[in-house]
Design a protein around this ligand. Structure first.
Ligand code: ATP
Ligand code: MG
Length: 393
């Protein structure tokens, strides 16, 4: 008898002919998070099984699997050879040990070659237990449900079941580039994309020396939290200082945020096209701050025809904070830091910027060569699960 984990796919069932690719992708993603535990992965059309699990690793493996998108549920199972005698004896021992008042045997036969039908198996096992223990059958709400699954090579006794994250396997729906600030919202937006199967990379605009190295550590710490859901996250850091200073020189301060955001989108678009990210993602939420009124978003968006997803567009701040706490980015996000947009405090930010004015300010300096320079000096780094110390912060 061997201890295994059975992984249920859930939502994948709706995906028809893409199913095979999805399962392959899910298998790779599972391998990436549990590979270091030296388990064997067996993939069937309806489940993925993990075998050779050391007792000590079980808890950590289940915890990691619970963060893998595309997994609907995870069950601990015991695998027996095709020998019902062993199974019924094991279940009797379990009853004698746990002493439940009621039970029910529920068998699923995946391989119809097994010589007994499901209801025959149920009765056969149940009568052995009833004969040898003080217990009753309860078909509606059994205290100890005994789930058996029989395939061509083995009988599985299905044990404890844990909920999974749901959604689609990471990478099965393409790649996206998240504009990651040090705030509360953008890490949550990143997480919501990951759950939909979009593999993400992050881009951050830093304005040293006005923004400190602490900010970069903060961004890395946020990415490290997201590693729980995506084990490798590529992080692009764009040096933004020269562009930002040029903006403050050439536009009134009320328009600075609008111009800054437009430059961020221009640069992000180039990097996304160059590296095959199909969408840009931001943490914008409608109406939160002046740069996020509908008028502002439209003027900012005008620089690109690249698709932008704003997963938080309609969320209340409270809903966003709730998710940020669940994924543990919140305590990092609320640490004080200088965002590149807050280094020169703006008290009079316009809430409905005029596109003509914006274009006039932009034409007054050579932003294109500053953009090229910033892109040329952009650095990248992969933030990985298992390779960072957990207390970056
Ligand atoms: P957040 O909490 O994500 O910072 P916010 O409510 O503070 O959001 P803004 O500061 O207006 O909103 O930023 C809107 C979005 O622009 C952010 O969610 C993020 O996607 C992007 N953004 C802002 N600053 C940066 C930055 N320095 N680097 C990368 N992206 C940024
Ligand atoms: Mg912010």
């Amino acid at each position: 008898m061997a201890k295994m984990i059975m992984i249920h796919f859930g939502e994948l069932y709706t995906k028809g002919k893409n199913r095979r690719d999805f399962i392959r992708q899910l298998q790779n993603n599972i391998n990436e998070v549990v590979g270091s535990f030296k388990v064997n992965i067996e993939t069937k059309h309806d489940h993925i099984y993990l075998k050779n699990i050391k007792d000590n690793d079980m808890v950590e493996i289940v915890k990691r699997l619970q963060n893998v998108s595309g997994i609907h549920a995870i069950s601990e199972v015991l695998a027996f050879p095709l020998d019902l005698e062993q199974v019924k004896n094991y279940l009797l021992e379990l009853v004698l040990e746990l002493r439940p008042k009621t039970f029910k045997v529920i068998t699923k036969r995946k391989d119809k070659l097994f010589p007994m039908r499901s209801d025959e198996i149920n009765r056969y096992v149940a009568s052995h237990i009833l004969k040898n223990a003080e217990i009753k059958v309860d078909v509606h709400a059994p205290e100890l449900p005994m789930r058996l699954e029989i395939d061509a090579t083995r009988i599985l006794v299905v044990g404890k079941r844990y909920p999974g994250l749901g959604g689609y396997p990471l990478g099965s729906a393409g790649k996206g580039l998240v504009l990651l600030s040090g705030g509360i919202d953008s890490p949550v937006a990143a997480y919501l994309m990951i759950r939909r199967g979009i593999k993400i990379a992050a881009i951050h605009f830093a304005a040293p020396p006005y923004t400190s190295d602490e900010v970069l550590k903060k961004i890395e710490a946020l990415a490290a939290k997201l590693n729980n859901y995506q084990p490798t996250i590529r992080l692009y850091i764009v040096p933004f200082t020269k562009l930002q200073l040029a903006i403050y020189e050439n536009a009134p301060s009320g328009y600075a945020i609008t111009l800054i955001r437009r430059m961020m989108l221009r640069i992000s678009t180039v990097i996304a096209k160059r590296h095959g990210y199909k969408v840009l993602v931001t943490g914008d939420s409608l109406g939160q701050v002046s740069s996020q009124t509908l008028e502002s978003l439209v003027v900012i968006n005008e620089v690109t025809n690249y698709p932008i997803i704003r997963p938080l567009a309609t969320f209340d701040k409270n809903e966003i904070i709730k998710i940020a706490k669940e994924i543990e980015t919140y305590p990092i996000s609320i640490l004080p830091y200088e965002d590149c947009c807050t280094i020169f405090p703006v008290t009079n930010a316009v809430t409905s910027p005029k596109l003509d004015d914006v274009l006039a300010y932009e034409h007054s300096f050579d932003y294109e060569s500053l953009i090229s320079e910033a892109i040329g000096d952009t650095t990248k780094k992969d933030i990985k699960l298992d390779s960072h110390d957990d207390d970056l912060f």
